[in-house]
Design a binder for this molecule. Structure first.
Ligand SMILES: *Cc1c(COP(=O)(O)O)cnc(C)c1O
Length: 400
């Protein structure tokens, strides 16, 4: 990847040009057909609660091999709807991994429940099924598993744990749309599977989310929840020629618009190609780091097709003589948009204050937090850009 003559000449990259404009860690791909689809939706009769919402739901259900899909306004709303559908309430505990975006745990709190943080496997940063067992109490109602970076969790082990203890499993698959586990598509691996369509995710609707399920009762509870708890939507009432409706539960306005669903429908057609591109770029990173002491990509299990929302490396500062933070700032100063995913949720002030969490609770996640770095990875990223990132890393760690 990096040509050898360049490596032998230490002076060659001593003044690397910065990326201009900066290279982000993740970025949406929007093409003319996406724009046309959105314009069509704007010209149609329905800007929200219309037929394009149903079409996008159908497309996601079919892509993920699930019976039902419920579109909502964000991945966070999708997690909240999942907690509502399972009846999570005050006094209930829901097990969540420490290494995730805060909203995985926040959704439990929205419903009045208590998130119980479980540590991750240091090799993959996925929730450790064995550690889950030790945290289960009489109050435990569910586990939310996060397919960190796009790698599906060990769902066989997770299903065994939740079945044995008669609790529910939710997949936070916000990173892993387009991946699979033992040949089964992400979205079909759990009774509720949650997606986000934020621009950095595998497809986008600007903001947006979805829950897939094979359970029609859970699906109809979530349809109610996204529409104020009202048992019929505007289109259904129009069709019946009636004004009457009933609010039967407390819900929210978590609807996704037809404009956004038109974008999503156009995007999902390209998802398989984009995942293939992400996997190819990940493979190029893997090859570049294979013989590099002190830089370790996360491990990937044998049973998965990894969707590579993120490409995460761990930095061993003892070996490299330079720490993660210094590498982070050096790359940023070269216009390379590296990032850190994530600050363990139990270390955030809100959780420390409200749930008395703090350092020591999940040591593997805490140790990883000091060493992880997400490198740029998105479908439109060029191999030359990737080579530039690698050259810059080699210069920073003194191996160029
Ligand atoms: C992005 C993300 C969310 C939240 O999705 P939004 O659409 O931003 O609300 C939740 N969990 C994980 C793991 C995510 O990456």
């Amino acid at each position: 990847m990096i040509n050898d003559s360049a490596r032998k000449d230490p002076g060659r990259y001593s003044i690397l040009e910065a990326f201009c404009p900066p290279l982000p860690y993740g970025r949406q791909s929007i093409s003319d057909d996406d724009i046309e689809a959105v314009v069509e939706a704007l010209k149609s009769d329905w800007l929200t609660t219309g037929p394009t919402v149903a079409s996008f739901e159908k497309a996601v259900a079919s892509f993920t091999g699930s019976a039902e899909a419920v579109a909502v306004s964000s991945g966070t709303a999708a997690l909240h709807a999942a907690m509502f559908a399972l009846g999570i309430e005050a006094g209930d505990e829901v097990i969540v991994p420490a290494m995730t975006f805060a909203s995985t745990a926040n959704a439990v709190v929205f419903q009045g429940g208590t998130p119980v943080f479980v540590d991750v496997d240091p090799d993959t940063l996925l929730i450790d099924p064995e550690k889950i067992e030790k945290k289960i109490t009489a109050h435990t109602k569910a586990v939310i598993a996060v397919d960190y970076a796009g790698q599906p969790c060990n769902y066989d082990a997770l299903q065994a744990v939740v079945k044995q203890h008669h609790i529910e499993l939710v997949a936070d698959a916000c990173h892993s749309l387009g991946g699979s586990y033992r040949g089964m598509p992400v979205g079909s691996l759990s009774s509720l599977n949650v997606f986000s369509f934020h621009p950095v995710k595998n497809i986008t609707t600007a903001e947006g989310g979805m829950i897939t399920t094979d359970n029609p009762e859970l699906a109809s509870r979530m349809r109610l929840f996204r529409n104020h708890g009202i048992s019929s939507d505007h289109r259904e009432r129009e069709a019946k020629g009636s004004w009457y409706y009933e609010m039967v539960d407390l819900g929210y306005n978590y609807r996704l618009t037809d404009i956004q669903c038109a974008l999503g429908l156009s995007q999902i057609r390209k998802l398989s190609d984009w995942i293939a591109r992400r996997q190819l770029l990940a493979l190029r990173y893997d090859e570049a780091f294979e013989l590099q002491d002190g830089i370790s990509p996360l491990k990937v299990g044998p049973d998965v097709s990894h969707a590579y929302h993120l490409y995460v490396i761990r930095i061993d500062s003892d070996v490299l003589g330079i720490c993660r933070n210094d590498i982070f700032y050096a790359l940023r100063s070269h216009g390379i948009g590296v990032n850190v995913h994530y600050i363990p949720v139990h270390l955030h002030p809100y959780y420390r204050n409200r749930f008395k969490t703090g350092p020591g609770l999940c040591p593997a996640a805490e140790e990883a937090y000091g060493e992880i770095l997400s490198l740029p990875l998105f479908p439109a990223m060029q191999s030359q850009d990737q080579d530039g990132v690698l050259e810059c890393i080699h210069q920073i760690i003194g191996t160029s």
